[in-house]
Design a protein around this ligand. Structure first.
Ligand code: GLN
Length: 344
């Protein structure tokens, strides 16, 4: 049975109002997109051979608010592999599976200042420094619970599905490519096995890590994942809880201090938005209580961060006072340019 006409009219009116109200935000994103779209600096990652196939011109910016408004500009539905952006989210799954203290006994929370794939463990505890570098992420993947490997993989995919509000898929070519060439990550896994920091199912855990890095997302998905964290763990579109609220602050903390590779300190200083980047060209940023930002642009700088992504986030942060430690700010507020929160 079709709904009464008035309901459809009301919905049209609401969508129309939302479009008008969000128009200033769309204009701002268009302006930022246009400013950096022609920047041709950076290099598409090729150390995982399959990643080299990415189109360097692609560029998308999405903002998703905690009340479910989504503004896209550019290539926002193009799928690419999540890569290191998977790390904080899988860390969340490990926290839910084992609790904070156990996870902390296996993976620290200190920034390294080293490249993401450095082979270095804390001298005293033999722990990897943090869950955002490969060593810590592999130890974190080792903590993902499940009776067997398929169950661990499906729990990981279901977790991403809750954040994105859709079924998730793995890019098999990227997975195979990383699996064939991932000797350094295997070395890191075996070094940790030597120190008793990971379980003897480390082979499976490395496979799980390669799979989590090969999950396909769009920059719109990244923004919704960011908005889910910004809203305390509940997906703003589906209203499904993706992570228990008390853990959200731990994910954001490691993103803030360690999320942008060996640029994390300067990022925290200049941009001040807890974020995570991946070598596929994605960045997710979280403005707690307000919105998530998703960016996609494959060319990377020498540290592995998306060149256009950095510029766009820096401009958003500066223009709208989004730095976490901004105080006494009196400039324009991005949140005010969205339509008012819908009450349902
Ligand atoms: N899968 C990649 C690796 O392990 C992820 C790295 C990244 O995005 N920085 O090398």
């Amino acid at each position: 049975m079709s709904p009464p006409a008035t309901t459809a009219d009301e919905v049209d009116l609401l969508i129309g109002r939302m479009k008008t109200a969000a128009a200033p935000v769309r204009e701002i994103l268009r302006e930022i997109h246009a400013r950096y779209a022609d920047n041709d600096e950076g290099k598409v990652a090729d150390y995982i051979p399959e990643l080299a196939k990415a189109d360097r011109r692609r560029f998308g910016i999405t903002i998703a608010t905690v009340d479910g408004q989504v503004i896209d500009v550019g290539d926002c539905s193009q799928l690419f592999t999540i890569q290191s952006i998977s790390k904080p989210f899988v860390y969340g799954l490990a926290l839910e599976d084992h609790g904070l203290e156990h996870v902390l006994s296996k993976v620290g929370v200190e920034p390294t200042g080293e490249a993401f794939n450095s082979i270095v463990l804390d001298e005293k505890s033999n722990r990897p420094f943090n869950p955002m570098v490969n060593a810590g992420a592999i130890a974190t993947a080792d903590l993902v619970a499940g009776r067997d490997f398929p169950e661990r993989v499906s729990r990981m995919l279901a977790m991403f599905g809750a954040y994105c509000g859709r079924p998730m898929y793995i890019d098999n070519s990227v997975f195979m490519s990383e699996r064939l060439t991932g000797h350094r990550n295997r070395a890191i896994g075996h070094l940790m096995l030597n120190f008793g920091m990971v379980s003897d199912r480390i082979q499976d855990s490395l496979e799980l890590y390669f799979q989590q890095c090969s999950v396909l997302v769009s920059c719109r998905d990244l923004a919704v994942m960011g908005a889910t964290l910004a809203g305390g763990g509940v997906n703003p579109l589906t209203k499904q809880r993706a992570i228990q609220q008390p853990y959200v602050k731990y994910l954001l903390s490691v993103m803030h201090s360690c999320g942008m590779y060996d640029y994390a300190g300067e990022w925290a200083f200049r941009v001040g938005i807890p974020s995570k980047s991946g070598v596929g060209g994605g960045i997710v940023g979280v403005v707690p209580g307000q919105f998530g930002i998703g960016i996609y642009s494959p060319p990377l700088d020498a540290k592995g961060n998306s060149v256009r992504g950095i510029l766009a986030c820096q401009e958003l942060s500066e223009r709208f006072g989004l730095h976490a430690f901004e105080s006494g700010y009196s400039g324009p507020v991005l949140r005010d340019l969205f339509s008012p929160t819908r009450s349902t």
